[in-house]
Structures are given as structure tokens and as C-alpha cells.
Design a protein around this ligand. Sequence first.
Ligand SMILES: Nc1ncnc2c1ncn2[C@@H]1O[C@H](COP(=O)(O)OP(=O)(O)OP(=O)(O)O)[C@@H](O)[C@H]1O
Length: 555
Amino acid sequence: MNSPGSDAVSYISPEKCGAVLTCNTGRNTASQRKILSIMFPRGKDSRCSDSFIASMHQLKIVHMQMHQPMCILNVFLSPPQSLLSVHDAVAQRDFEPTLPPIPDDVLEEDDNSVKIVSLIKTKEPLGATIKRDESTGAIVVARIMRGGAADKSGLIHEGDELKEVNGVSLEYKKPKEILPLLVSRASPGQIFCFSLFVRTLFDYDPKDDPTIPCKEAALAFKRGDVIQIVSKEEDTWWQACRHGNGNTWAGLIPSQQLQERSSSSAVDLTATTLTRSLKQQNTTETSGMRRSFRLGRRGSRARMAAQARRRSAGMDSLVRTPTYVEVVPYHRNPLDPHRLVVLVGPSSVGVNELKRRLLISDPERYSVTVPHTTREKRRQEKDGVDYHFVSFPVFEEDILNHRFIEYGRYRGHYYGTNLDSVLKMMAEGKVCLLDVHPNKIKHVYTFEFKPYVVFVKPPRIEELRLTRRRAKFICDEEEKKPEEDFEDMIGLAESMESRYGHLFDKVIVNGDIATAFRELRADLDELEKAEVHWIPAEWICSSPTRSHSDFTGWI
Ligand SMILES: Nc1ncnc2c1ncn2[C@@H]1O[C@H](COP(=O)(O)OP(=O)(O)OP(=O)(O)O)[C@@H](O)[C@H]1O
């Protein structure tokens, strides 16, 4: 089995990834390794190619016949021990083919050890990215993708020089001409040494990314997708697989650091724009914040201006580029309370309208909380139905115990949404709909409530004008025109998204109300049916009384 000049020849045919043939000279240190040939099968059905071409020293081509079946060993190799043990097993038997002699002059010419690697694959690409070595001009392996054929074989390493693919010399070829052959797909059920599930907080399309080293080896995703990160070895590019798809991929994605860096200029721009627009506006205090909340949902202009200043100075720890949030699977037992549905959005965007439609569409399923108040009960009102009527001391004790999601004073009396009223609805088996400013989400951002946060976003201004023509907008200032309200709404939506976007599970654009409602309803139906809910990992160690000043699960 051994060929002249080599001390190990192994055929390995893991069932899924095809066969691997190696021949090395015994001087196989990382610095000396050279890949001389990589062979892909030509026949659609053939797992083992019937011919094997080895290019020696860029010049010499050695042809060799292979017969099926080759040695079938269901082994994934991790060098060097397993390679040697497989070699020992293989070497006991007389397998076809035998390697032809390696020409003497080849070995004499070069001090480097010679390794011939043939990866005979099914549909799998090699699973590596390449680059041109600037000093030598050689094509070298830049990285090995986790779970790909190259990784599983354990025979190809970063820095190896690539001479030939499928019998075609790579000399004078540009990396982009070779790249399509080297994309990685991992086998379903592949076990990775490193594994972390994240929900993505931004859309990523490698086609639009000029910095990606290899577009074909990248993984595209949409905001909200759950992906499995399998390697974080590099600072700039991580490797990840799509989750929930049998045909999983291990592809490159921008690391958190890279994404934050590339978006930081955009965030700065948003902060500057917001500061500028605050300066221009006279009515920011009320125009953008949720109008329907009577109890302090509106932020003061001064506070918003200070926030914008802090943000532009980079001092607001909550303003972070949305990247990835670590998630864990939660299997909802049918007897478990429903997740709390939190609807957020700028004032007048249509949150109440959507909530109203949900309640009408299925009153048995959806419900809203009953607020607490310290004011006197009126004759026609029912305690626990219209309001929970409580005394001042009780209300204030609950404030001190952080039991209010939001509260405020109106005409000398307190009004507020108490956590207990939410829990009561949930305990009754209802899907509780909560409508708050996004800065209040933190009060329910726990495993106990498992909030599913829907951000209702305005469409582009043209569509806003068109769809809201007949809607009544209550301007906060007499002289204010609806057009200004539209601009405020869009501006506020943008700043909400950049500030709290990492908390949003779903974004609904409310252009046409019927379409937006259908989308929301369908999404909530899907949530109801979902076997697995991917929830933030931080909830697992959170408690209802914990302070939520930061979101540690956000990686
Ligand atoms: N897609 C839409 N097309 C046309 N009109 C809409 C649409 N969405 C909402 N509206 C109308 O816009 C007005 C404001 O909507 P809504 O009260 O639901 O806003 P909101 O987000 O709850 O604001 P606020 O919290 O300030 O009350 C209502 O008259 C509503 O019927």
C-alpha cells in the first residue's frame, strides 16, 4: 500500500463526506505541509471517483486508477492519531489502487515533505477559504470552515498551499475563480466543539458587503433568524450555521466587533440627526411619544435632548449597535401561561388600533390589563374591571417595590399598570396585550413574563400620507400640521429602533391597517403553535425582582 517516499497511505470514506486519500512522506510538520491535489467526483452518483490525479511539484501529473468500493470506514478523522490508526487498519488490507511511484527527482528537488490529499466528495464543497500569499503569490488556505469536508478530514490546515483543484492547476488563477469550489456545508447533526445560539438583530447580505473575504462562503440572514455560531476564533469573521434547516450551512458572518465597528458611524449619524431635529422642533415633548398614555409616557424635551447628547458622546450604555443576542430554546408546555405580548411604537402609529382589532378578533384569547388607581370609584365602575382601586399607601408601596411597569399622577391621583394585573391575566390563560413605551420593557424582561415584543413601525412618508388621510390626528399644538406629525413619527420610530431594537422580536410596518393586522395576527398564531421559542439566555438567570439596568445576554 505504501508508495515510495511515503510512510502512510489511508483511504477514509466517511459515509457522508466521501473518501479521503492521503499519502505523506513522514516529514509532515505544519510548516512543511503541501497540498498538491484536491479531487472532486465527476459522476453524479459516484461516491468514489474512479480516477485520482495527483499533481506533483506543480509540474508532474500522476494518474492512477481507483476501484469501487474503496475502503469504507465510518470514521471522522482528527489528526494525527486517528489518521494513523485508520492507516494501520487500512494498511492490513490489500486495497486498490496502489499509488504509482513518486518520481525520485520530485523528492530530491524539494526539502518540503509532500502530502497528496484527495478529498472525494459527494455534494460537499471543500469548506475552506483561500487567499493569495502576498510574498510568494501562492494560493494558500486562509481558514477552514467548521463541519466542512476539509475540517472533518483533518488533513488540510490553514497556511497549506493549494496547487490544483479537480485536476486544474491554480497557477495564474485569481482567488475569486477558485472560491465557488470552496464553500462549506455542514452535515445535519454535526457536532461542533463550540456552539452558541443567537438571534440576529440585523439583516446581513454578503452581496452588499465589500469587506467579506469570500462571498460564497458567507451566510446571509434576516433580522430575527436564529443561527448557531460554531466558531468565534477570529476577531472579524465568525462561522455560523442556519438553525432549523436540515441542510445546515457553516458560513462566515461578521463578528459582533466587526458589526459594531462598521455600524458605529451610522449610530453617530443618527444621534447627530436626532439632536439636530430636537433643536428644530418646538413640540418634541409630546409629538413623538405615545399620546394615549395619560400617565407620563411622554418624555420631556429636555430629557430627550440630554439622551441625544449622551448618545452622541457615546455615554449611553443602552445605545449599542444591534448585533446578536444569545438565545436558548424554551419548550412551552400547553399548561404554561402564554407569553406576554408587548406592543410598542411611536405615538399615533396604530398600536391601539392593532390592539383593538386583536381583542375583537378573539376576545377569548386576547385581553388587556386593568390599570390601578388611587382615585375614587365612580358609581358605574367595577373594581377589577375598570380599575383596581387602591389606597395611596398601597400604591406607593408598590412603587417602592418596583411593581409598576409604568405609573404617573393625574389630577392628584396615581394611575399605573401593575405587574400583578399582568400576571393575573396570564394566570387566567389569556394572551395579555401590553402597550408601553419601549423604555418600560425592562420591567417585564424576565422569564416570568417571557415578553414577545412587537414594534409597530410607520411606513415611508408617502404611504403614511396616503393611508392616514382619513385618520384623525390630534396635534399637540394647534398650529401643527399632520405632515409634521408624520415626520415626528418616522423620526421617533428610527430612534426607538436604534435604541431598543435589540429587544424587538417582530417588526410590523403599519401601512395598510388590514395588512398590518393580518401580519400581526398570523405572527401571533405562529408563536402560539411554535414548539420551540428562542428566548434570551439572560432570562434563565433573571428573577422578577432583579434590576434590569442592563442586558447582559446581548453579546
Ligand atoms: N394603518 C392605518 N391606516 C389608517 N389609519 C390608521 C392606521 N393605523 C392607525 N390609524 C388611525 O390612526 C389614529 C391613531 O392610531 P392609534 O390610536 O392606534 O395610535 P397609537 O399608536 O395607539 O397612538 P397613541 O398611543 O398616541 O394613542 C387612529 O385614528 C387610527 O384609527
